[in-house]
Design a protein around this ligand. Structure first.
Ligand code: ZN
Length: 260
């Protein structure tokens, strides 16, 4: 309802008598990421950093077969985000495998990795990426039983207020030694994902540069423009043509503020 309402407002603003696909497309982005904020002042240097960060996410996502395809990437600020990549799952999935989680972790870390590789420095722009990476890696070890070292067990007793849908605390039911092992496993999983992202962004540094340059120039790449970079790239997993229903669009760059 919210989406149709946004689309209707856009159509009215454009003096159209009916709502078309362009209005729905724009409405999807407004609903999941907030309105465009072209007025936000961003220096050329910041724009370059944001472009490489976003190109990093998109390139790693594209080279890993289990990651959801890139639908759109943009360095135009929207809502609280400085930039964003929207991905779309090709199929609806309820179950997620360890190997998919590992690839997702690489894609989430890729923005930070690209900054490090290109500028030999890092920014606080990756704060939400890192937060999601840490939570997912920890859940893989302590809740999903995906660490061979820790075994198929759940660590920690979670107290949830079901009616509020949120956790109110966690009770530790394991030893200090196990706590240390969990930390080591989480660290190992994150490091492995980081290394994978670094390998991809190093091997395909020409593509990294090409996508970032194009983003700086045009600010937004739709999936077809993005796919054009991969026409003759050996090692790029095939992507089925045709856009899946946009209703499943996911914002992969979570909102982050420009100031801490
Ligand atoms: Zn990011």
């Amino acid at each position: 309802e919210n989406l149709v309402n946004e689309a209707a407002i856009l159509a009215a603003r454009r003096n159209k008598l009916s709502i078309g696909m362009p209005e729905f497309q724009e409405a999807i982005e407004r609903v999941i990421a907030g309105p465009e904020r072209r007025s936000r002042i961003i220096s050329d240097e910041e724009k370059r950093i944001i472009a490489f960060h976003e190109a990093g996410h998109a390139l790693v996502r594209r080279m890993l077969p289990k990651c959801d395809p890139v639908h759109k990437l943009s360095i135009i600020s929207r809502g609280m985000s400085l930039s964003y990549t929207i991905s779309l799952p090709e199929n609806e999935h309820v179950l997620v495998s360890r190997s998919k989680f590992e690839e997702d972790l690489s894609a989430m870390l890729a923005g930070r990795v690209a900054e490090q590789l290109v500028f030999d420095d890092v920014t606080n722009g990756a704060v939400n990426d890192l937060d999601r990476v840490t939570k997912l890696a920890r859940a893989m070890v302590t809740q999903y039983g995906m660490s061979a070292r820790m075994g198929p067990m759940v660590f920690g007793q979670r107290h949830e207020m079901i009616f509020l849908g949120r956790e109110i605390g966690e009770q530790r039911n394991y030893s200090e030694r196990v706590a240390r092992e969990i930390d080591e496993e989480v660290k190992r999983i994150v490091q492995q994902a980081y290394d994978q992202a670094r390998d991809i962004l190093t091997r395909y540094s020409d593509l990294r540069q090409g996508i970032a340059d194009r983003l700086i120039e045009v600010e937004t790449l739709e999936s077809a423009d993005f796919e054009a970079f991969f026409a003759d790239v050996p090692g790029a997993p095939p992507r089925s043509p045709g856009a899946p229903p946009a209703a499943r669009a996911k914002l992969t760059e979570q909102p982050r503020s420009s100031a801490p």
